[in-house]
Structures are given as C-alpha cells and as structure tokens.
Design a protein around this ligand. Sequence first.
Ligand SMILES: Nc1ncnc2c1ncn2[C@@H]1O[C@H](COP(=O)(O)OP(=O)(O)OP(=O)(O)O)[C@@H](O)[C@H]1O
Length: 226
Amino acid sequence: MSEITFTGVSHSFGERVVLRDVTLTVTEPRVGIVGANGSGKSTLVRMINGLVTPTSGLVTVDGLDVARHAREVRRSVGFVFTNPDTQIVMPTVQEDVAFTLRRRGLSRDEIAERTAAALDRFGLSAHAEHPAHRLSGGQKQLLALAAVLVAEPQIVIADEPTTLLDARNSRRIGELLASLEQQVIVVTHQLDLVANFDRVIVIEHGEVVADGRPDAALSAYRALLA
Ligand SMILES: Nc1ncnc2c1ncn2[C@@H]1O[C@H](COP(=O)(O)OP(=O)(O)OP(=O)(O)O)[C@@H](O)[C@H]1O
C-alpha cells in the first residue's frame, strides 16, 4: 500500500478556513472519511492528487510532495468524482472508458480488451455504443468508476461514489470497492459503506475529531450528529 501523509495541512477558500492543521499518515488498504456537509472532506481528499493545493502544510504520496509532483502522483491516484458529469469526456460509453488507456499509449488490441472487460465488470456492455451523457445518473457513476479503474491506479479515491445509485447498484459498488486490490479511500455519508474498512476518519469543521477502527469512529460520528 502507499503511504499518504498530511503534515500541518490547512486550507482556506478566501476568508473561509476549510481545513485546520490536519496531520495524518494513511497506509491502510481501506479508509473511510465521514463528516457533516461542508466539513472539508472533499477538500482533504482532493489534495491527495493535487486538485487542491493546501494553503499551508505538506501532502505527500509515497514521499512525493503532491504540490510539486502532481502529474507524477496522478498517474498512481485515480479519483472518482461525486458528479460523474465532471469526468465524462468522450461521446460514447466505450470511448470514455478507453480514453484513459489511449493516453497511456497502449496497443489498440489491449485497449479494446481492457475496455470490454471494464464495461462487463460494471454491467455497461449493453451501453458500449450509447452516448455517455444519456445514461442514467447511476449508470454514469458506474461509468466514472469504470473509466478510473480501467487504468489500474495504485490508489482509488471515491468521493461519495454511491450518491446517485439505487440500493442494488449501491451494494454492488460497495462490494466492488471492498474487493479491489488497490488502496481505497472513500468519502461517504452512507456509513455502512465503510463499516468494514480498516480505518475511518471523522472530520468536523475542518479538523480530525475521531480516527480509528470503524466501530469506534462511527460511534463517535453518530454521537456528534445526535
Ligand atoms: N472551490 C471552492 N471555492 C470556495 N469554497 C469552496 C470551494 N470548494 C469547497 N468550498 C467550501 O469549503 C467547505 C468545505 O467543502 P467540502 O466540499 O470540502 O466539504 P465536504 O465535507 O466534502 O461536504 P459535503 O459532504 O457536503 O460534500 C464548504 O463550505 C464549501 O462551500
């Protein structure tokens, strides 16, 4: 697994302080991040692949300073956005999944093979030729995951990956995330999704307020919400 570190990380958007002096070392295979709306979860995980650069402090992935080596870090960190429309870049479902691989210079045959396997894995094979933007919200979320996972990143970050999914697909994504070989970091409001993870971090007003095994951390979070 990779080692992700946050050292004295703070972040402000204008006057608004969103993260305050966060220090964490993450090495576990499955890490959940929970917290109230606006607590700073997305901002925190976006720092892992350089989508947000901290106002102060340092974020590293396997020793690389993300702020200085964002391109290199992004090759090993796959990021699945909450809103799949943000990351659909190609006209058809198949082309969208193949896009990441084409940028990596793989052969046509290999791209076709890996794309077909990814579509199959996510139940999207029947939609391969369909316009990606016409998929349902849930199908788009599955497509976003397929397009990230097809590149086999070392770390998968998913920011609320089940928001648009029905109960069946939500369970399916939960099982899939749990079964991946990769290190997985999930931001979610669906607490059962991270209940069997190795570690859960609770963020409140930009600070880590609980951090540990899911049962203890989720109890602390439920107490905060009550
Ligand atoms: N690009 C931005 N510009 C200005 N403010 C922002 C920006 N991104 C986030 N914020 C603000 O920072 C705060 C934290 O946002 P963030 O998205 O990190 O929270 P979150 O815990 O992921 O919330 P949610 O559970 O609602 O998705 C919020 O008040 C949000 O409005």
